[in-house]
Design a binder for this molecule. Structure first.
Ligand SMILES: [Zn+2]
Length: 136
């Protein structure tokens, strides 16, 4: 699946965004290493804090369905420049993505930037940092 095809699915998912407060619709699609695609949209809440981003919705759907390894992710919003994931989503990506996993950033003008998790979150805190071996 090409980045453009994944972006098309993210665009469709964006239409299902539940955003009564910000009216800022975001869509995402994540491609599993098993070839399965999961899509997500942002889902807001009157209490604000429980709001979930499109990227995390897509990743959590995948993980809950048994897909935990990924090839790429696309995210899209109505932004002047291709939208970029928030810090929380970058951290969730770091939990499941290889550092070289491709991330496509898009907007409604059709602009698309290809980047990677490593570029989005250098020095990520991961499970490796929890290894206490050799420490006292
Ligand atoms: Zn986010």
């Amino acid at each position: 699946m090409t980045g453009k095809e994944l972006m098309e699915l993210a665009l469709k998912a964006r239409e299902r965004a539940y955003v009564p407060y910000s009216n800022y619709k975001v869509g995402a699609a994540v491609l599993g290493s098993d070839g399965k695609v999961f899509t997500g949209c942002n889902i807001e809440n009157a209490a604000y804090s429980p709001t979930n981003c499109a990227e995390r919705t897509a990743i959590f759907k995948a993980v809950s369905e048994g897909t935990t390894k990924f090839s790429s992710l696309a995210v899209v919003a109505d932004s002047a420049t291709p939208v970029t994931p928030c810090g929380v989503c970058r951290q969730v990506m770091a939990e499941f993505f290889d550092p070289h996993t491709t991330v496509y950033l898009g907007n409604l003008q059709g602009e698309m930037v290809e980047t990677s998790l490593e570029k989005l979150l250098p020095g990520a805190f991961t499970s490796k940092d929890l290894n206490q071996e050799g420490r006292h």
